[in-house]
Write a protein that binds this ligand. Structure first.
Ligand SMILES: Nc1ncnc2c1ncn2[C@@H]1O[C@H](COP(=O)(O)OP(=O)(O)O)[C@@H](O)[C@H]1O
Ligand SMILES: [Mg+2]
Length: 491
């Protein structure tokens, strides 16, 4: 322990530079400060520290360089600064992640937010790193257990996949991310909370994530009151922490809530630096900045670990054409759409399966599983297309066998999509196949419920253990072949 503390101190001392460039404020323009005296030393993205006349400090970042003058964006209010104040050029922002960061809440500069001392790792990392060279990257890995029926079956997530979670506010994005944090298969979870309100951060960490979620998670947070620089940096720092664990061979789950706030922070910084705003006020560099962040997630070099990433995206009124949503859909390996109407009727996670896609399919599933997924999608699609008619009582049973099956299967399928307890990929597929078989054989939910005791598994049993099931693989095979036969005979 003492050894570790000493190593940390040594690394910190080694990182100190004996010489610092000093400049002076020569102008204040809107939210930016103009500094003279750095000569050629200032580089874009360098950190600075400003000393006010009363001795207090203010941080900032170089966002523009002209001949002899550097423009900096401070990371707090500029109250009290005046012409001639001293500004020290601090160089690149770097962090030194440590295993002891797991379970902690940290700010984008690597400082603890929970009031406890934080260990410093021995290796420093930059915050904006390039992604691994594409030609040397490993391929996407195995399918991961997600702890949720819908992601175990219809929307699989594989090791190193990057997906987006699109929804309006209050539809359950953060709750779903927290569920991934506590239940998804991974070694470490890194969570970037960007631009949440302070109270939301507290609630998220203590109530939504809770002890279970925090046990293997590192939260990097920049609340909405922090400057746009800090909020933007939050995503980069979190990704840098994820890369640290990935490079040590671990499977990292990276969760960002939300990329929209990251893009908005970038917009503020870029506009302050003089970049002209374009589509909906977002300057041209926005799409590159988002893509670069997303590209850093994914598989690492052959032999190193992976970063599986889930980015939440705020879409106003489910407008998927909105610029940030549009950029993200293009770069990610899948998108999950949450629907307010589904949330309003109380089904969580409120996933609109028909509008959601996992690009790890069809490779991530066996042929039989792909058939099952296809059948379930068709069934949900048939129901959704005719829902108005069914609800209005305008459909009479027997006119269309496929729709009859969809109507019979819908209540069970709908319940299946929110199942969270006792899931494994195999269990989930068994359940889905069983639901499809029941629906296709024309049994209504009532008869299915009435026959429950005769079923191999009870759908409400809290956590079906593998031992309690009669040979799941054999059952899976027989169920799949039955479902295939049924769908085969139908067509
Ligand atoms: N799994 C769930 N079960 C019950 N209610 C939920 C669930 N997920 C979300 N909610 C409800 O939705 C509200 C908003 O969820 P939240 O995750 O904060 O949404 P968002 O992050 O999209 O704004 C929660 O306060 C809760 O009332
Ligand atoms: Mg939220």
């Amino acid at each position: 322990m003492k050894q570790n503390a000493f190593e940390g101190l040594r690394a910190e001392i080694e990182s100190l530079s004996p010489v610092r460039q000093i400049g002076r404020i020569i102008g204040v323009e809107g939210s930016t400060l103009r500094i003279a005296g750095f000569g050629q030393a200032a580089r874009m993205g360098d950190q600075v520290r400003l000393t006010r006349p009363d001795g207090s400090y203010l941080g900032g970042e170089v966002i523009r360089i002209d001949a002899d003058v550097a423009t900096i964006l401070p990371d707090d209010a500029t109250d009290g600064v005046s012409l001639g104040d001293r500004v020290t050029l601090m160089g690149r922002a770097r962090i030194a992640p440590h295993d002891g960061w797991i379970g902690r809440v940290i700010d984008p500069y690597g400082q603890p937010l929970d009031g406890q001392p934080l260990n410093r790792g021995q290796e420093e990392r930059a915050l904006r790193n390039p992604p691994p060279p594409p030609a040397q990257r490993a391929r996407l890995g195995q399918r991961l257990e997600t702890g949720m029926a819908v992601f175990n079956t219809m929307l699989p997530i594989v090791d190193g996949q990057r997906i987006g979670l699109f929804a309006g506010s209050g539809v359950g994005k953060s709750s779903l991310l927290a569920h991934f944090a506590s239940h998804m298969e991974s070694d470490v979870v890194v969570i970037a909370l960007i631009g949440e309100r302070g109270r939301e951060l507290r609630d998220f960490v203590s109530d939504v994530l809770g002890e279970e979620g925090m046990a293997r998670a590192i939260v990097i947070a920049a609340t909405s009151d922090r400057s746009p620089l800090v909020r933007r940096q939050c995503a980069w720092t979190a990704m840098s922490v994820a890369e640290h664990f990935r490079d040590r061979g671990q499977r990292v789950l990276f969760l960002a809530d939300s990329v929209t706030r990251f893009a908005e922070a970038h917009r503020e910084v870029a506009v302050a630096a003089g970049e002209p705003p374009a589509l909906r006020g977002y300057p041209a560099s926005t799409s590159h900045t988002i893509m670069q962040l997303c590209e850093r997630a994914g598989p690492g070099l052959e032999g190193s670990g992976t970063i599986t990433a889930i980015f939440s995206v705020l879409v106003a009124g489910s407008d998927m054409e909105e610029p940030i949503a549009d950029i993200l859909r293009g770069v990610l390996d899948g998108h999950v759409v949450l629907d307010r109407k589904i949330a309003e009727r109380g089904r969580y996670p409120a996933i609109d399966v028909l509008r959601s896609v996992s690009r790890s399919l069809p490779h991530a599933a066996t042929e039989a599983q792909n058939d099952t997924i296809g059948n379930a999608r068709r069934m949900l699609g048939a129901y959704a297309q005719n829902e108005m008619m069914i609800r209005a009582g305008l459909y009479s049973k027997g006119s269309d066998p496929a729709l009859d099956a969809a109507i019979a299967g819908w209540p069970d399928l709908d319940a299946f999509l929110s199942e969270k307890e006792g899931q494994s990929i195999e269990n989930s597929f068994n359940r889905l196949t069983l639901i499809l078989r029941r629906a296709n054989s024309g049994s209504s939910r009532q008869t299915a419920t009435g026959n429950r005791s005769a079923e191999p598994r009870q759908r409400n049993s809290p956590k079906p253990t593998k031992a309690a099931l009669p040979s799941p693989m054999a059952q899976m095979d027989s169920l799949t072949s039955t479902a295939n036969n049924i769908s085969g005979s139908k067509s």
